[in-house]
Design a protein around this ligand. Structure first.
Ligand code: NAI
Ligand code: MG
Length: 359
């Protein structure tokens, strides 16, 4: 038996619904395989937890999570608790403490999903964005002074380190070299306007490129890059970006391949010294929470990425094949994709198809 331990953090709102379906799909595929056993432990760390305890997770939360193979998270955030509390109280500490410095966000149009870009199909939209996940623009360095006076001011410093930049670039080059269809890497920059950190970033792109001479590299300003995502998405292979640029780019990336109900993300510690965390890009969607209509596609795709990371490539692929079959047929899809199915009905359909196809 191959054994894995997974920490489940469903979180708030629709996070709870979509993780339930994702877990169901994992259980189904593992049962069909027969050689995998997964021990889950569920944690109710969330905004509800915060309202009761005054913290998003217990003091030894990270200590507890450290021993798991993976973390499978829904979403946190709910009206009544400020978003910076849910983010800085749970998600960011996990990403940082566990050195999940790679954020993988595939921009891939699944079969059956209509892109809002005219005349674009699955062959046009298939690339990967690697976002730096530990430093850059999202640093807590800075402060506020003279609040409430006419001299009111705020400073937030960006942090770009040799260590941080080299490791994310090396990961992206490696990916482009090994898995890229065209061995092509696009690095997002803004070295015209941001004249210290971005030329630093560009310099390391050129330096690491020397280790990967087979990879052809483009350094593109972030504003132009946004436009190219829309006008020529078919030209990308692997895109690498700093924390903020990657964050913004990938919402655009999600939009061109069908929206937030679809987009998955993986927070990876490549060395596997710490657990990696898998979570949909979407949030807790208070507007549809409790209605049972959230699309669990992103969460199920995340489940596939998690199995892939654990080394269960065959199971990961099986999930994607069936997920795309169900979407392509379109008979059982959620309202965001124009269907009438509930979250649960969609999850059940994926499990049913898995059993039919792989029994
Ligand atoms: P959101 O992603 O929760 O919702 C944006 C829109 O997309 C809503 O109209 C929602 O109904 C729709 N949507 C999202 N996921 C969907 C799904 N699976 N199926 C169908 N429709 C879906 O973003 P919003 O509204 O900006 O944030 C809500 C809360 O979630 C906030 O508290 C925010 O801080 C938090 N959040 C948490 C994240 C996380 O835990 N990783 C990420 C983003 C937001
Ligand atoms: Mg974002």
């Amino acid at each position: 038996m191959r054994n894995y331990s997974i920490a489940l953090i469903p979180g708030d709102g629709i996070g709870v619904d979509v993780i339930r379906e994702g877990k169901k799909v994992i259980d189904t595929v593992c049962e069909l395989d027969g050689g995998v056993s997964i021990q889950y432990q569920k944690f109710n760390w969330s905004c509800e937890y915060y309202l009761k305890h005054g913290t998003m997770m217990p003091e030894d939360g990270l200590e507890i999570l450290k021993n798991f193979d993976s973390i499978y998270l829904g979403a946190v955030g709910y009206p009544g608790v400020p978003d910076h509390i849910s983010l800085w109280g749970l998600l960011l500490p996990i990403r940082r403490q566990f050195q999940q410095y790679i954020n993988i966000r595939p921009v891939k149009l699944l079969r059956g999903i209509q892109s809002p870009l005219a005349n674009r199909g699955v062959e046009d939209l298939d690339f990967i964005v690697i976002r730096e996940n530990n430093e850059g623009e999202y640093s807590s360095i800075g402060g506020r002074m003279y609040e409430g006076t006419n001299m009111d001011m705020a400073i937030q410093n960006s942090v770009f380190t040799k260590h941080g930049v080299e490791r994310v670039l090396r990961y992206a080059f490696e990916l482009a070299n090994k898995q890229g269809k065209r061995k092509q890497l696009t690095a997002a920059t803004k070295s015209n306007g941001i004249n210290h950190t971005m030329p630093f970033w560009d310099e390391y792109v050129c330096k690491i490129n020397k280790e990967y001479p087979e990879v052809s590299t483009d350094i593109v300003h972030i504003d132009a890059l946004c436009a190219y995502f829309v006008t020529r998405p078919d030209t990308f292979d692997v895109v690498v970006a700093s924390n903020l640029f990657g964050d913004i780019l990938t919402d655009l990336g999600a939009a061109i391949v069908g929206g937030l109900g679809i987009a998955p993300s993986a927070n990876i510690n490549p060395e596997k010294k710490f657990p990696s965390m898998f979570e949909p890009v979407h949030g807790s969607a208070p507007d549809i929470a409790g209605k049972g209509i959230a699309n669990p596609t992103a969460a199920i795709w995340c489940a596939s990425m998690m199995l892939e990371h654990l080394g269960e490539t065959k199971l990961a692929r099986a999930i994607m094949v069936v997920l795309e079959d169900v979407l392509a047929e379109g008979a059982v899809v959620t309202p965001d994709l124009g269907g009438k199915a509930t979250t649960e009905e969609f999850g059940d359909e994926v499990c049913k198809r898995l059993k039919e196809r792989y029994k």
